[in-house]
Design a protein around this ligand. Structure first.
Ligand code: ADP
Length: 243
């Protein structure tokens, strides 16, 4: 959307018809890349992301080797055609940052001590972007790791929330923001936790919210996460047991 809209919510309805606490349709598929040890595609509405996991395998370059645990390495990328204006191919600062926070979030759940000296490579590729790609990618990566049979404390689950305005400029917290809300809203917050022990593994905010607004948004996001987690488990069921 080129020009700032007069409102992002009116009469309780967002621009795509959702209410504040509604998330977009979620679709999850596992085993989408046969060559990988584990893989998944996760769609949050029009945001579509594929994750592929390779490993544990021998780590190169050797100076990165850790004698007591495995390295979890992540590479996030957006395809040129994933956005309306063609994106310049290859990683920039944004992609490096998202790769780093993705690797950190996943490292906190993978039982890395089980694979000393090895690397677990996670590739996250956005095929269509409509905001919340880092969180959608993290969800896909977490399922791909489980699909690869890599032991983890629990699945990482994430949901984005944000602050959007009505025609009078009043702000409201909303779950799973899409592109116009990410672009024009007062804030967007990427939030993920390790589901089993309820520990936050990623939290990034762009914009401003009060503490009350943050807690209100988080509460709504937690409900969306509960649903997302159940869908993730459903997608994995039959292959691996997840409690
Ligand atoms: P996230 O995708 O995790 O919300 P950002 O807040 O950085 O991360 O990006 C928000 C959205 O902006 C993306 O999901 C995508 O729709 C859009 N976007 C990001 N980078 C570009 C780009 N280089 N060209 C066009 N759109 C982009």
């Amino acid at each position: 959307m080129e020009t700032k809209p007069d409102y992002l919510i009116k009469g309780g309805k967002r621009l795509d018809g959702r209410k504040l606490a509604d998330w977009r349709e979620i679709s999850i598929k596992t085993g989408v890349i046969e060559n990988a040890d584990g893989s998944a595609q996760v769609d949050f509405g029009k945001t579509k992301v594929i994750a592929a996991v390779y490993g544990p395998r021998e780590l190169h370059p050797r100076h990165l080797v850790m004698s007591d645990r495995a390295l979890v390495r992540a590479k996030y990328d957006m395809l040129s055609f994933s956005v309306e204006d063609r994106k310049r191919p290859g990683p920039g600062r944004r992609e490096h940052e998202i790769s780093k926070v993705t690797a950190e979030a996943l490292s906190s759940v993978v039982l890395t001590e089980k694979f000393p000296r090895a690397v677990i490579d996670v590739f996250v590729t956005v095929i269509q972007a409509d905001a919340s790609t880092r969180i959608t990618g993290l969800n896909a990566a977490s399922i791909a790791l489980a699909d690869a049979g890599i032991p983890m404390k629990g699945l990482v689950v994430g949901v984005t929330f944000g602050k959007i305005y009505d025609e009078k400029g009043k702000g409201y917290m909303a779950v799973d923001v899409f592109k116009p809300e990410d672009q024009w809203g007062q804030a967007d917050i990427a939030y993920a936790k390790s589901y089993n022990d309820n520990k936050v593994v990623l939290l990034q905010m762009d914009g401003d919210v009060t503490k009350e607004e943050f807690l209100k948004g988080k509460e709504m996001a937690d409900k969306a996460m509960e649903y997302t987690y159940k869908e993730m488990v459903k997608a994995l069921k039959g292959k691996y047991e997840v409690d």
